[in-house]
Design a protein around this ligand. Structure first.
Ligand code: ZN
Length: 351
Protein backbone atom coordinates (compact mmCIF):
# COMPACT_ATOMS: atom_id res chain seq x y z
CA UNK A 1 0.00 0.00 0.00
CA UNK A 2 1.43 3.38 -0.96
CA UNK A 3 1.93 6.22 1.50
CA UNK A 4 -0.51 8.34 -0.51
CA UNK A 5 -3.22 5.71 -0.19
CA UNK A 6 -2.55 5.37 3.53
CA UNK A 7 -2.86 9.13 3.93
CA UNK A 8 -6.22 9.10 2.13
CA UNK A 9 -7.48 6.24 4.29
CA UNK A 10 -6.32 8.02 7.45
CA UNK A 11 -8.10 11.19 6.34
CA UNK A 12 -11.29 9.22 5.77
CA UNK A 13 -11.08 7.71 9.26
CA UNK A 14 -10.59 11.15 10.80
CA UNK A 15 -13.60 12.50 8.90
CA UNK A 16 -15.76 9.60 10.05
CA UNK A 17 -14.69 10.17 13.66
CA UNK A 18 -15.74 13.83 13.68
CA UNK A 19 -18.89 14.55 15.66
CA UNK A 20 -21.94 14.92 13.46
CA UNK A 21 -22.59 18.45 14.70
CA UNK A 22 -19.20 19.58 13.44
CA UNK A 23 -21.10 20.19 10.22
CA UNK A 24 -23.98 21.94 11.98
CA UNK A 25 -26.83 20.91 14.22
CA UNK A 26 -28.28 17.42 14.16
CA UNK A 27 -31.32 17.48 11.90
CA UNK A 28 -34.40 16.03 13.59
CA UNK A 29 -37.73 15.16 11.99
CA UNK A 30 -40.39 15.27 14.71
CA UNK A 31 -43.22 13.28 13.16
CA UNK A 32 -46.60 13.72 14.85
CA UNK A 33 -50.32 13.42 14.12
CA UNK A 34 -53.06 10.78 14.49
CA UNK A 35 -53.49 9.04 17.85
CA UNK A 36 -55.44 6.25 19.44
CA UNK A 37 -57.70 8.64 21.33
CA UNK A 38 -58.07 12.07 22.83
CA UNK A 39 -56.08 11.06 25.91
CA UNK A 40 -52.93 11.47 23.84
CA UNK A 41 -52.77 15.16 23.08
CA UNK A 42 -49.99 15.07 20.52
CA UNK A 43 -50.67 18.70 19.61
CA UNK A 44 -49.60 19.70 23.15
CA UNK A 45 -46.76 17.19 23.40
CA UNK A 46 -44.95 18.23 20.20
CA UNK A 47 -44.04 21.78 21.38
CA UNK A 48 -42.69 20.26 24.63
CA UNK A 49 -40.52 17.77 22.74
CA UNK A 50 -39.33 20.47 20.34
CA UNK A 51 -38.45 22.83 23.17
CA UNK A 52 -36.51 20.16 25.06
CA UNK A 53 -34.48 19.29 22.01
CA UNK A 54 -33.78 22.81 20.86
CA UNK A 55 -32.83 24.22 24.26
CA UNK A 56 -29.44 22.48 24.28
CA UNK A 57 -28.28 23.83 20.89
CA UNK A 58 -27.48 20.42 19.42
CA UNK A 59 -30.56 19.91 17.31
CA UNK A 60 -32.57 21.58 14.59
CA UNK A 61 -36.12 20.25 14.65
CA UNK A 62 -38.61 20.20 11.77
CA UNK A 63 -42.15 19.10 12.62
CA UNK A 64 -43.85 16.87 10.02
CA UNK A 65 -47.51 16.21 10.73
CA UNK A 66 -49.13 13.15 9.19
CA UNK A 67 -52.67 13.53 7.82
CA UNK A 68 -55.51 12.51 10.15
CA UNK A 69 -57.21 9.12 9.94
CA UNK A 70 -59.53 10.13 7.13
CA UNK A 71 -57.05 12.49 5.48
CA UNK A 72 -55.45 12.55 2.06
CA UNK A 73 -52.13 10.70 2.15
CA UNK A 74 -51.34 11.20 -1.55
CA UNK A 75 -48.85 13.97 -0.77
CA UNK A 76 -47.52 12.50 2.47
CA UNK A 77 -44.00 11.41 1.53
CA UNK A 78 -41.70 12.23 4.46
CA UNK A 79 -38.14 12.81 3.25
CA UNK A 80 -36.54 10.74 5.99
CA UNK A 81 -33.13 10.83 4.30
CA UNK A 82 -32.74 14.56 5.02
CA UNK A 83 -32.61 13.83 8.75
CA UNK A 84 -30.20 12.09 11.11
CA UNK A 85 -33.01 11.10 13.42
CA UNK A 86 -36.80 10.78 13.37
CA UNK A 87 -38.64 11.35 16.66
CA UNK A 88 -42.04 9.67 16.62
CA UNK A 89 -44.86 11.32 18.53
CA UNK A 90 -47.28 9.34 16.42
CA UNK A 91 -49.56 6.35 16.81
CA UNK A 92 -51.59 4.91 13.93
CA UNK A 93 -52.98 1.57 12.76
CA UNK A 94 -51.22 -0.63 10.21
CA UNK A 95 -53.29 0.39 7.22
CA UNK A 96 -52.54 4.10 7.57
CA UNK A 97 -49.16 4.07 5.82
CA UNK A 98 -48.84 2.73 2.28
CA UNK A 99 -46.35 -0.01 1.45
CA UNK A 100 -44.24 2.70 -0.22
CA UNK A 101 -43.96 4.85 2.92
CA UNK A 102 -43.17 1.79 5.01
CA UNK A 103 -40.50 0.64 2.54
CA UNK A 104 -38.96 4.12 2.48
CA UNK A 105 -38.78 4.18 6.28
CA UNK A 106 -37.32 0.66 6.46
CA UNK A 107 -34.63 1.66 3.94
CA UNK A 108 -33.85 4.81 5.93
CA UNK A 109 -33.33 2.74 9.06
CA UNK A 110 -31.45 -0.11 7.38
CA UNK A 111 -29.05 2.42 5.87
CA UNK A 112 -28.21 3.92 9.29
CA UNK A 113 -31.06 6.24 10.25
CA UNK A 114 -31.96 7.18 13.81
CA UNK A 115 -35.32 6.69 15.52
CA UNK A 116 -36.72 7.82 18.85
CA UNK A 117 -39.94 6.25 20.12
CA UNK A 118 -41.89 8.47 22.51
CA UNK A 119 -44.49 6.74 24.72
CA UNK A 120 -47.55 5.70 22.64
CA UNK A 121 -45.53 5.58 19.41
CA UNK A 122 -44.95 2.01 20.58
CA UNK A 123 -48.68 1.38 20.24
CA UNK A 124 -48.50 2.00 16.48
CA UNK A 125 -48.46 -0.49 13.61
CA UNK A 126 -48.98 -3.80 15.47
CA UNK A 127 -48.68 -5.95 12.33
CA UNK A 128 -45.78 -4.15 10.63
CA UNK A 129 -43.00 -6.60 11.36
CA UNK A 130 -40.05 -4.28 10.65
CA UNK A 131 -41.50 -1.55 12.86
CA UNK A 132 -41.98 -4.02 15.71
CA UNK A 133 -38.36 -5.13 15.31
CA UNK A 134 -37.34 -1.47 15.59
CA UNK A 135 -39.32 -0.81 18.78
CA UNK A 136 -38.62 -4.22 20.38
CA UNK A 137 -41.76 -4.15 22.50
CA UNK A 138 -45.16 -2.54 22.10
CA UNK A 139 -48.68 -2.61 23.47
CA UNK A 140 -52.36 -2.29 22.61
CA UNK A 141 -53.95 -2.22 19.12
CA UNK A 142 -54.71 -5.92 19.41
CA UNK A 143 -51.19 -7.08 20.28
CA UNK A 144 -51.08 -10.45 22.04
CA UNK A 145 -48.83 -13.51 22.33
CA UNK A 146 -48.58 -13.60 18.53
CA UNK A 147 -46.74 -10.26 18.74
CA UNK A 148 -44.00 -11.85 20.86
CA UNK A 149 -43.30 -12.70 24.50
CA UNK A 150 -43.66 -10.38 27.47
CA UNK A 151 -40.35 -8.74 28.39
CA UNK A 152 -39.42 -7.63 31.93
CA UNK A 153 -36.73 -7.89 34.56
CA UNK A 154 -37.05 -10.33 37.43
CA UNK A 155 -34.28 -11.11 39.92
CA UNK A 156 -31.94 -8.76 38.08
CA UNK A 157 -32.30 -10.61 34.77
CA UNK A 158 -34.16 -9.88 31.54
CA UNK A 159 -37.00 -12.39 31.17
CA UNK A 160 -38.93 -13.24 28.03
CA UNK A 161 -42.21 -14.78 29.10
CA UNK A 162 -44.39 -16.73 26.65
CA UNK A 163 -47.54 -16.53 28.79
CA UNK A 164 -50.44 -15.70 26.43
CA UNK A 165 -52.59 -12.60 26.77
CA UNK A 166 -53.08 -9.08 25.55
CA UNK A 167 -50.24 -6.56 25.52
CA UNK A 168 -50.17 -3.20 27.25
CA UNK A 169 -51.29 -2.03 30.69
CA UNK A 170 -50.72 0.82 33.09
CA UNK A 171 -52.00 2.11 36.41
CA UNK A 172 -52.65 5.63 37.59
CA UNK A 173 -50.13 8.29 36.75
CA UNK A 174 -48.17 8.30 39.98
CA UNK A 175 -44.45 8.98 40.28
CA UNK A 176 -42.48 5.76 39.87
CA UNK A 177 -39.02 4.37 40.48
CA UNK A 178 -36.55 3.86 37.65
CA UNK A 179 -33.57 1.53 38.02
CA UNK A 180 -30.66 1.47 35.61
CA UNK A 181 -29.98 -1.98 34.21
CA UNK A 182 -27.11 -0.80 32.01
CA UNK A 183 -25.15 2.12 33.46
CA UNK A 184 -22.38 2.02 30.85
CA UNK A 185 -24.35 3.03 27.79
CA UNK A 186 -23.70 6.61 26.54
CA UNK A 187 -27.34 7.50 27.30
CA UNK A 188 -27.24 6.32 30.94
CA UNK A 189 -23.61 6.97 31.85
CA UNK A 190 -23.40 9.14 34.97
CA UNK A 191 -27.09 8.87 35.85
CA UNK A 192 -27.95 7.75 39.39
CA UNK A 193 -28.59 4.02 39.65
CA UNK A 194 -32.10 4.68 40.99
CA UNK A 195 -34.25 7.78 40.47
CA UNK A 196 -37.90 8.85 40.51
CA UNK A 197 -39.92 9.74 37.44
CA UNK A 198 -42.67 12.36 37.80
CA UNK A 199 -46.30 11.22 37.48
CA UNK A 200 -46.71 9.44 34.16
CA UNK A 201 -48.00 6.19 32.72
CA UNK A 202 -45.85 3.18 33.55
CA UNK A 203 -46.26 0.78 30.68
CA UNK A 204 -46.38 -2.91 31.61
CA UNK A 205 -47.12 -6.22 29.86
CA UNK A 206 -45.29 -5.06 26.77
CA UNK A 207 -44.72 -7.65 24.06
CA UNK A 208 -42.62 -7.89 20.95
CA UNK A 209 -39.72 -9.58 19.20
CA UNK A 210 -37.16 -7.97 21.54
CA UNK A 211 -34.46 -8.52 18.89
CA UNK A 212 -31.20 -6.56 19.16
CA UNK A 213 -32.68 -4.86 22.23
CA UNK A 214 -30.83 -3.66 25.33
CA UNK A 215 -32.97 -2.55 28.24
CA UNK A 216 -31.12 0.40 29.76
CA UNK A 217 -33.58 1.08 32.58
CA UNK A 218 -36.67 -0.45 34.11
CA UNK A 219 -39.65 0.95 36.02
CA UNK A 220 -41.01 -0.79 39.09
CA UNK A 221 -44.63 -1.69 38.30
CA UNK A 222 -46.22 -1.68 41.74
CA UNK A 223 -49.05 -4.18 42.23
CA UNK A 224 -50.67 -1.58 44.53
CA UNK A 225 -51.22 0.53 41.40
CA UNK A 226 -52.55 -2.22 39.11
CA UNK A 227 -48.98 -3.18 38.23
CA UNK A 228 -47.28 -6.49 37.57
CA UNK A 229 -44.82 -6.43 40.48
CA UNK A 230 -42.03 -6.63 37.89
CA UNK A 231 -39.38 -4.24 36.71
CA UNK A 232 -40.82 -3.24 33.33
CA UNK A 233 -38.75 -2.00 30.37
CA UNK A 234 -38.72 1.82 30.42
CA UNK A 235 -35.71 2.92 28.35
CA UNK A 236 -34.41 0.70 25.57
CA UNK A 237 -31.89 0.88 22.75
CA UNK A 238 -32.03 -1.27 19.64
CA UNK A 239 -30.42 -1.63 16.27
CA UNK A 240 -32.11 -2.27 12.95
CA UNK A 241 -29.67 -2.83 10.10
CA UNK A 242 -27.24 0.06 10.52
CA UNK A 243 -29.94 2.13 12.25
CA UNK A 244 -30.12 3.02 15.95
CA UNK A 245 -33.30 3.28 18.02
CA UNK A 246 -33.92 4.86 21.41
CA UNK A 247 -37.29 3.82 22.90
CA UNK A 248 -38.74 5.55 25.97
CA UNK A 249 -42.05 4.86 27.66
CA UNK A 250 -42.04 8.38 29.18
CA UNK A 251 -44.36 11.11 27.98
CA UNK A 252 -48.05 10.32 28.21
CA UNK A 253 -48.47 14.07 28.44
CA UNK A 254 -46.53 17.29 28.92
CA UNK A 255 -46.48 16.78 32.69
CA UNK A 256 -44.70 13.44 32.34
CA UNK A 257 -42.31 14.93 29.79
CA UNK A 258 -41.41 17.77 32.16
CA UNK A 259 -39.73 15.29 34.53
CA UNK A 260 -36.03 16.11 34.35
CA UNK A 261 -35.12 12.48 33.68
CA UNK A 262 -37.51 12.49 30.70
CA UNK A 263 -35.90 15.69 29.37
CA UNK A 264 -32.36 14.41 29.83
CA UNK A 265 -32.96 10.94 28.40
CA UNK A 266 -34.80 12.39 25.39
CA UNK A 267 -31.91 14.78 24.70
CA UNK A 268 -29.30 12.07 25.18
CA UNK A 269 -31.28 9.36 23.40
CA UNK A 270 -31.89 11.58 20.37
CA UNK A 271 -28.21 12.47 20.08
CA UNK A 272 -27.23 8.82 20.43
CA UNK A 273 -29.79 7.64 17.85
CA UNK A 274 -28.45 10.26 15.42
CA UNK A 275 -24.70 9.87 16.01
CA UNK A 276 -23.97 6.88 18.26
CA UNK A 277 -22.48 9.22 20.86
CA UNK A 278 -23.60 11.43 23.74
CA UNK A 279 -21.71 14.66 24.41
CA UNK A 280 -24.04 16.05 27.11
CA UNK A 281 -23.27 16.52 30.80
CA UNK A 282 -25.72 15.56 33.52
CA UNK A 283 -27.62 18.62 34.81
CA UNK A 284 -27.63 19.28 38.59
CA UNK A 285 -31.44 19.06 38.92
CA UNK A 286 -31.64 15.37 37.98
CA UNK A 287 -34.02 13.45 40.31
CA UNK A 288 -32.74 11.15 43.02
CA UNK A 289 -33.95 7.89 44.57
CA UNK A 290 -36.67 9.66 46.56
CA UNK A 291 -37.26 13.00 44.88
CA UNK A 292 -38.99 13.90 41.66
CA UNK A 293 -37.72 16.88 39.71
CA UNK A 294 -39.48 18.68 36.90
CA UNK A 295 -38.95 21.67 34.64
CA UNK A 296 -41.50 24.44 34.96
CA UNK A 297 -40.78 25.77 31.47
CA UNK A 298 -41.89 22.44 30.04
CA UNK A 299 -44.70 21.63 32.50
CA UNK A 300 -46.34 25.01 31.92
CA UNK A 301 -46.85 24.11 28.25
CA UNK A 302 -49.57 21.66 29.35
CA UNK A 303 -53.03 23.06 28.59
CA UNK A 304 -54.20 21.79 32.01
CA UNK A 305 -51.24 23.15 33.96
CA UNK A 306 -53.36 25.77 35.71
CA UNK A 307 -55.45 22.95 37.24
CA UNK A 308 -52.45 21.49 38.99
CA UNK A 309 -49.24 19.85 37.98
CA UNK A 310 -50.58 16.35 37.92
CA UNK A 311 -54.26 16.41 38.88
CA UNK A 312 -54.66 13.40 36.75
CA UNK A 313 -56.23 10.12 37.63
CA UNK A 314 -58.89 11.28 40.04
CA UNK A 315 -62.60 11.26 39.45
CA UNK A 316 -64.29 10.61 36.14
CA UNK A 317 -61.98 11.41 33.24
CA UNK A 318 -59.12 9.01 32.97
CA UNK A 319 -60.11 6.88 35.96
CA UNK A 320 -63.51 6.27 34.44
CA UNK A 321 -62.13 4.87 31.24
CA UNK A 322 -59.67 2.75 33.11
CA UNK A 323 -62.42 1.43 35.35
CA UNK A 324 -62.95 -1.07 32.58
CA UNK A 325 -59.61 -2.53 33.54
CA UNK A 326 -61.07 -3.50 36.90
CA UNK A 327 -60.47 -0.61 39.23
CA UNK A 328 -62.05 2.80 39.21
CA UNK A 329 -61.15 5.14 42.01
CA UNK A 330 -57.59 6.23 41.77
CA UNK A 331 -55.98 8.14 44.62
CA UNK A 332 -57.79 11.38 45.25
CA UNK A 333 -61.08 10.09 43.85
CA UNK A 334 -63.92 10.37 44.03
CA UNK A 335 -64.94 13.94 43.77
CA UNK A 336 -61.50 15.38 44.18
CA UNK A 337 -62.09 19.10 43.87
CA UNK A 338 -60.55 20.68 40.85
CA UNK A 339 -58.75 17.46 40.00
CA UNK A 340 -58.97 15.93 36.60
CA UNK A 341 -61.54 17.72 34.56
CA UNK A 342 -63.25 15.26 32.27
CA UNK A 343 -60.72 14.67 29.56
CA UNK A 344 -62.94 12.80 27.18
CA UNK A 345 -61.34 9.40 27.39
CA UNK A 346 -63.60 6.99 25.56
CA UNK A 347 -62.62 3.34 25.49
CA UNK A 348 -59.93 3.04 22.87
CA UNK A 349 -57.59 0.45 21.46
CA UNK A 350 -54.43 2.29 22.51
CA UNK A 351 -52.98 4.05 25.51
ZN1 ZN B 1 -50.48 7.30 27.36
Amino acid sequence: MTKALLAILFGAVVLLALPANAAGPIRVMLLDGESGGSFHNWQAVTPALKKQLEQISLFQVDVVTAPPANGDFSNFKPDFGKYQVVVLNYDAPDARWSADIKASFEKYMTDGGGLVIVHAADNAFPQWQAFNEMIGVGGWRGRNEKSGPLWYFKGGKLVSDETPGSAGAHGSRLPYRITLQDANHPITKGLPKVFMHQGDELYAKMRGPGKNMTVLATAFSDSANRGTGNEEPALMVLTYGKGRIFHSIFGHDVCGLSSVDAVVTLQRGTEWAATGKVTQKLPPDFPTANTVSYRVDIASLDPNYSKGLNGLDSGGGAGGARGAAGRGGAPGAPGAPGGAAPRGTPPSPTK
